[in-house]
Ligand binder design. Structure first.
Ligand SMILES: *Cc1c(COP(=O)(O)O)cnc(C)c1O
Length: 462
């Protein structure tokens, strides 16, 4: 299995190489040269299997020779053993034909644990074998960083540096990043927005001296291995509701387009997905782009669903690559235009995107109203991100096709917003109840590439 860059100018890599590399050297993102198709029989055979076995069968064709079957099975088992729910991703019903996929039972209470826990174990297995050491840097609007720190803490072959926008993550998210005591994890609070943090991480990858000098590796949602890990729960949940014998649709609270892109891969693999609905908050660039063809960032407005407060949606590049007939030059051109303000998707490419994706937007008042209403009508307390998904899903229900909305975080990760909306304080699960008592450790950094690189070099030299 070979992986190619969306900008067509970087070398093809194996799964392991693409995973350790993250961003391609031409600035593009790695995607499989070909998506393997799963036969309807093989999909049907997933019914009733443990989550780990579904994960093995769905991901195996993408791994190639990078890991043996036994190694890969052991990696998956370790990745999900720390989850607080035996089903890993339980499905609950919200109403007629509408289901919620709870993806928040991992160690940091957000869906990012599904990918990050797996990638931690994959990195450890690969690096142990080669005796190498790497420096992981990542940008986070909150949940990626805590999931990464939780997945890599204490691993000796890895230093992890996480940049998060100072003052713009929830207290639970911050504490999950700043309280782990292991010396290989470093939380950096940058003066700026998430997009600034993400831009500085991209700059570090494009600074080849630095990149090679510290052996930089990325675990942001652009990392192919993360997308792949997320494909699994689309299969697991769809099969539970009758796939491949009937179609299902998904609504996905979306920011960087990684989670919903995993659904798109599941669809290409042969899972009968009817619609993939992109749900955005008031930062609705993806909804606007899918509605009007114009991709025009116009500044982030902070919301109560901060993990979706994004204007530059990295993984959208992967969807554009396919929509433009896998023309790397065309994608590189769009990304150049983006640097000077924005771009317009061609009519052909927009049509191709709309074959897979619908979209909707949910503003702040609607988000709060949805949290309150769902609590009253179902007893389910939603986090603000999941509420955005539920609201948009309700607008896209179709008779005869079950809708699965992805619940991307636990309500206790965003207690202030949830309490304001529903009048109920969502308690942390008992296994993390002491989070507010632990000591914090964080370094404030300016939004300046040279300063951040110097700090990282100094820390890893120690
Ligand atoms: C990261 C995140 C999202 C957005 O997911 P993308 O893959 O970036 O689209 C939505 N909700 C929560 C809680 C998240 O942490």
């Amino acid at each position: 299995m070979k992986y190619v860059s969306t900008r067509g100018q970087a070398p093809d890599l194996t799964f392991e190489e693409a995973m350790l590399t993250g961003l391609a050297r031409d600035g593009g993102l790695y995607v499989p040269a070909e998506v393997p198709v799963m036969a309807a029989n093989d999909i049907a055979a997933l019914a009733g299997l443990p989550y780990e076995e579904v994960a093995f069968r769905v991901m195996r064709p993408f791994i190639g020779d990078s890991f043996t079957d036994d190694e890969f099975r052991a990696i998956i088992a370790r990745a999900y053993e720390g989850f607080g729910h035996a089903a890993r991703a339980p499905l609950v019903q919200l109403g007629p034909g509408h289901f919620l996929l709870e993806l928040f039972h991992g160690p940091t209470l957000a869906f990012k644990d599904f990918a990050m826990q797996l990638i931690g174990q994959l990195f450890q297995a690969a690096l142990e074998r080669s005796g190498q050491r790497v420096t992981i840097v990542g940008a986070t609007s909150g949940d990626t960083g805590s999931a990464a720190i939780e997945a890599f803490r204490g691993l000796d072959a890895v230093d992890v540096f996480i940049l998060y926008p100072h003052g713009r993550v929830s207290e639970v998210q911050r504490r999950q990043m700043t309280t782990p005591a292991e010396s290989n994890v470093h939380a950096l609070a940058i003066d700026g927005h998430f997009d600034d943090a993400q831009a500085r991480v991209k700059d570090m990858f494009n600074d080849f001296d630095f990149r090679d000098g510290v052996r930089l590796a990325g675990v942001n949602s652009i990392n192919w291995a993360r997308v792949l890990a997320q494909v699994v729960y689309y299969f697991a949940s769809a099969v539970e509701l009758g796939a491949p014998h009937r179609k299902v649709s998904f609504t996905v609270p979306t920011g960087n387009f990684g989670d919903i892109f995993a659904g798109y891969i599941a669809r290409k693999m042969g899972l009968p997905i009817d619609r993939l609905v992109v749900a955005t908050n008031q930062n609705d660039i993806l909804h606007r782009c899918l509605s009007t063809s114009e991709y025009m960032p116009d500044g982030v407005i902070p919301s109560i669903s901060p993990s979706m407060d994004i204007q530059v949606s990295s993984n959208f590049e992967r969807a554009l690559f396919d929509a433009y007939g896998r023309d790397g030059k065309a994608v590189a051109q769009l990304m150049d235009e983006l640097k000077s303000g924005g771009f317009r998707v061609s009519q052909g490419a927009l049509q191709a995107l709309r074959e897979h994706f619908d979209s909707g937007r949910c503003d702040e008042d609607e988000t709060r109203a949805t949290i309150k209403r769902l609590q009253a009508t179902t007893g389910e307390l939603l986090c603000p991100h999941s509420a955005v998904g539920v609201k948009v899903a309700e607008e896209n229900l179709k008779p005869g096709v079950p809708m699965i909305t992805l619940a991307t975080a636990h309500p206790a990760k965003f207690p202030a917003a949830v309490e304001e909306a529903a009048g109920i304080h969502p308690p942390l699960p008992p296994r993390m109840a002491d989070l507010y008592d632990r000591d914090e450790r964080v370094t404030r950094v300016p939004n300046d590439l040279a300063a951040i690189e110097t700090l990282i070099r100094e820390r890893i030299a120690k």
